[in-house]
Design a protein around this ligand. Sequence first.
Ligand code: HEC
Length: 112
Amino acid sequence: MLMRKLIALSVLCAAVGGLSLQAADVKENWAKHCTKCHGEDGKGQTTMGKKLKVADYTDPKVQAKFTDEEMIKITKEGKKEGSKTLMKGYSDVLSDQEIKDLVAHIRKMAKK
Ligand code: HEC
């Protein structure tokens, strides 16, 4: 009886685990991969962000400097300054759709 319950429980856990993996939403991805430098609010006022001189993405003037395509490209391939990597590429950790969602998320940060 107990064994059955344990099996049922582990199947349930696997199902829920799989589900949350698939549905890793944009806020989670942002928090997990990007806030270290860009900050929760996109201002880049973090220790790493200040060191790397991350731009303030709540500023519409900053956002106007790049197109969605450029943002997607940089999120995939990363950003370098000479031979120094400022930001690594995320094409191996995030899907195209997740990257598109993140770019849309950054776009929403600009104050209107
Ligand atoms: C190690 C710190 C670091 C992390 C982590 C990081 N970035 Fe960056 N990112 C930078 C730096 C530095 C720049 C270049 C300066 C700038 O444009 O703000 C940059 C630039 C960008 C740009 C600007 C593109 C352009 O055209 O100039 C986008 C978009 C971006 N990052 C998205 C992301 C996303 C999405 C994530 C998470 C998946 C992320 N970054 C994680 C440091 C980081």
